[in-house]
Design a protein around this ligand. Structure first.
Ligand code: FRU
Length: 481
């Protein structure tokens, strides 16, 4: 059951979708196989869950403009992580405890119900922030009834306290919340509950200026904690890290620590922070465990405060999208991300070239082009200094074999200048690229590194060019998607 006020907000949001439907759909940068908002701004994926044979993805949504504000929870479902359907709007910011936004959170299954935990964001007349961790419940997975506040702000933290992720361990429920301590450090704070309604604060398990970590940002958003391949992984999005060589180039970061959570001592002993993605647009990822036991991650293809209002799609009254679902594995202490195998269902019209050679030239191959395609380059052998791939004259991948550096360049949508993101890569074996009309996701060496970005080529430009200084052999496979 929804309150009258929530009902009304939901009706207003539907009216907004209808009003701008034609304008949105006329945009040639609308993506073909990614999740996008029907209108307005989409940010974090929320409430990821594989529930009763259906995958659910909720998302942060501002229906009324292409900026941030009092967020709704939009909702998509899928039988297979590939074909998605819009579901009824799940939550609207209607109550005293969430009136300025139903902020990010997660989903669990309990007693055959789908239960959501989210942050109620509230601002008073003076603009002071308040924060409440809230619960909402559904019997059918589509209609949600708010149950109100389950956690108020504990001592020691500012009101930047949000994004609850809940999981079960043994006979207890646990929740990790992103926080800012009174001392101005980002933290991840653990809670425990037996009944999902009463939560006991256990304290911070990691954060800046603790666990041998020095200063590490002023706020940690969107924590996620899970076991994978025998270890525990804590994903967080620290705000306030300074660029450091090739690292931390975006406005805010998204990465992980590998370690072990001691539930008794409330302590997470962990290694160094690793960035999850090297591209321009990637933030606030969330994971779920699915029917096959896989740990699946979906991220936001955007970064807060990073020239969001300059994104070209704003003209068509929508902005941002979610990444493809990726399967996570932990290999030699590092996360490896690969696109879920179900995405092969999208493949059409395969074009293959085996053991081709490129010698000191820039060239194309018949059929290796397009705007929504999957491209695999395997068995790459580079005898020489450099490999480059031009994507529709709007982005370029460059591998410098002498320096062992992989670079993604794109034409900035702010000023048209070339900008870049990079990572170290001692050896390049394979590149696996998903291009959509205005996005790219690159998986390097079977997911050792990933680059996620939006890019905005001329809509009719379908050109892909390959070049070297030196001598290059590889296999090429391409599908239309
Ligand atoms: C991350 C974030 C979260 C917050 C949400 C609001 O992008 O700032 O911390 O819950 O977005 O939309």
């Amino acid at each position: 059951m929804k309150s009258e006020r929530e009902q009304k907000l939901i009706e207003q949001a539907y009216a907004e979708i209808e009003k701008y439907e034609a304008l949105v759909n006329r945009d040639r940068y609308r993506l073909r196989y990614h999740l996008m908002p029907p209108v307005g701004l989409m940010n974090d994926p929320n409430g990821l869950i594989d529930w009763n044979g259906t995958y659910h993805v909720f998302y942060q949504w501002m229906p009324f403009r292409t900026g941030h504000g009092a967020k709704f929870w939009g909702h998509y479902t899928s039988p297979d992580l590939v074909h998605w359907q819009a579901a009824p709007i799940a939550l609207a910011p209607s109550e005293w405890y969430d009136k300025d936004g139903c902020y990010s959170g997660s989903a669990i299954s309990c007693d055959e119900k789908l239960v959501l935990f989210y942050t109620g964001n509230v601002k008073d007349e003076q603009g002071n922030r308040q924060t409440y961790q809230c619960m909402a419940v559904s019997e059918d997975g589509f209609h949600f009834t708010k149950k109100g506040v389950v956690i108020t702000l504990p001592d020691g933290y500012t009101a930047h306290f949000r994004d609850p992720k809940v999981w079960r361990k043994g006979d207890q429920w646990y929740m990790i919340v992103g926080a800012q301590s009174d001392s101005g450090d980002g933290k991840a704070v653990l809670f425990r509950s037996a009944d999902l309604c009463h939560w006991e604060p256990l304290g911070p398990i990691a954060g800046g200026n603790s666990n041998w970590l020095g200063p590490f940002g002023y706020m940690w958003e969107c924590p996620d904690l899970f076991s994978l391949d025998g270890q525990d992984v804590l994903i967080v999005c620290p705000q306030g890290l300074k660029p450091d060589g090739m690292r931390y180039q975006n406005v805010y970061q998204s990465g992980y620590f590998v370690g072990r959570l001691d539930y008794e001592q409330t302590e997470f002993l962990h290694g160094p922070f690793e960035e999850l993605d090297r591209g321009f647009e990637f933030y606030a990822p969330q994971t779920m465990i699915d029917r096959h036991g896989r740990r699946i991650l979906i991220g936001w293809m955007g970064v807060p405060d990073q020239d969001e209002d300059r994104q070209p799609t704003v003209r068509h009254r929508w902005v941002h999208a979610l990444t493809l679902p990726r399967e996570l594995r932990l290999v030699d202490g590092k996360l490896r991300q690969t696109p879920v195998r179900e995405l092969k269902q999208l493949r059409k019209q395969k074009v293959t070239y085996r053991n081709v050679a490129v010698v000191n030239e820039l060239r194309s191959w018949p059929g290796i082009e397009g705007d929504a395609i999957e491209l695999r380059l395997d068995n790459i052998e580079l005898f020489g200094s450099m490999l480059e791939i031009h994507l529709r004259h709007a982005a370029r991948l460059v591998y410098n074999g002498d320096e062992g550096v992989l670079t993604l360049e794109r034409k900035s949508f702010v000023n048209g200048l070339t900008e870049k993101r990079q990572c170290r890569l001692p050896r390049l074996r394979s590149l696996h690229l998903f291009l959509d009309t205005s996005s790219l996701e690159l998986f390097v060496n079977d997911g050792e590194e990933t680059f996620t970005a939006r890019f905005f080529p001329h809509p009719d430009d379908r050109t892909i060019l390959f070049g070297t200084h030196g001598h290059l052999h590889m296999d090429i496979e391409k599908w239309k998607l």
